[in-house]
Design a protein around this ligand. Sequence first.
Ligand SMILES: Nc1nc2c(ncn2[C@@H]2O[C@H](COP(=O)(O)OP(=O)(O)OP(=O)(O)O)[C@@H](O)[C@H]2O)c(=O)[nH]1
Ligand SMILES: [Mg+2]
Length: 254
Amino acid sequence: MQRSNPNPKVKIAVFGNTGTGKTSLINRYCKKRFNQHQRQSDTTQSDYETCSLVQDGYTFPLEIWGVPGTSQALASFSRENIRNAQCCIIVVDLTNSHSFETVSFWVQKAKNLTYANQDSFLIVGSRSDMAKSRVVTPEDMQALATKFNCKVIETSAKDDVNVKDAFLMLTDPLIKPLVTKFQEQDRRESQATLIVSNIKNYISNPGTKFPSTWFSGSKIILDNGEKKQYQMLSPCNGKKLKRLKVKSNHFVPL
Ligand SMILES: Nc1nc2c(ncn2[C@@H]2O[C@H](COP(=O)(O)OP(=O)(O)OP(=O)(O)O)[C@@H](O)[C@H]2O)c(=O)[nH]1
Ligand SMILES: [Mg+2]
């Protein structure tokens, strides 16, 4: 069944020191490509990408913002762009200890600049492909998880390792409950539509006990060619009804 309303947009803000790999992470996820010669300090006002995430057949638009990593660029960044982000990523470059030391600063920035809860933060260790130059250890990353009470993951935008998983880890807690809700709504709607297409069978048998799936408040699309929506009133809930009552008393047009 086609949903009448588009699914809600998920906005993600990506923080971290300049050069940690924010833009590369976003590009790998949204555009499925990596630029080895990506210019550093290039994150500007308009550093964002859009893409979509499909979960159980439901498509969610994503808007992912790279927040400038230098205080100068950050000062001129329009905070309104990320105010309503629901999730935040803090990127640590696994080959750069300074980026590890500044995580607190970026967690604080993410808290100040967005409405996202800290349990919707994810710390990403980038450049996992550069094992020889690595200075931030897996234990260090685990310590960050404990300190900031959030999840951590190591990625390589270059080799496309764990990038998709990182975004799923981040968005799952937001999207999974929505999918469950939409599935339930769609189940109810398709049930209601199915039942109403058989309405004639029911009302031609006075005293029929109506199925318990005919619940109060369900939206009914009557199968009369007009596809008008009706709302069922409470007396229908699984009770025995007489023929005329069904027509006159128990549905109200929406
Ligand atoms: N080997 C390797 N290099 C990476 C990876 N991610 C990013 N880089 C390189 O790191 C450099 C900086 O990456 P960017 O994505 O521009 O970093 P940024 O955080 O957006 O930087 P600013 O926009 O200046 O804040 C680029 O040369 C990338 O090619 C990775 O996973 N592995
Ligand atoms: Mg950038």
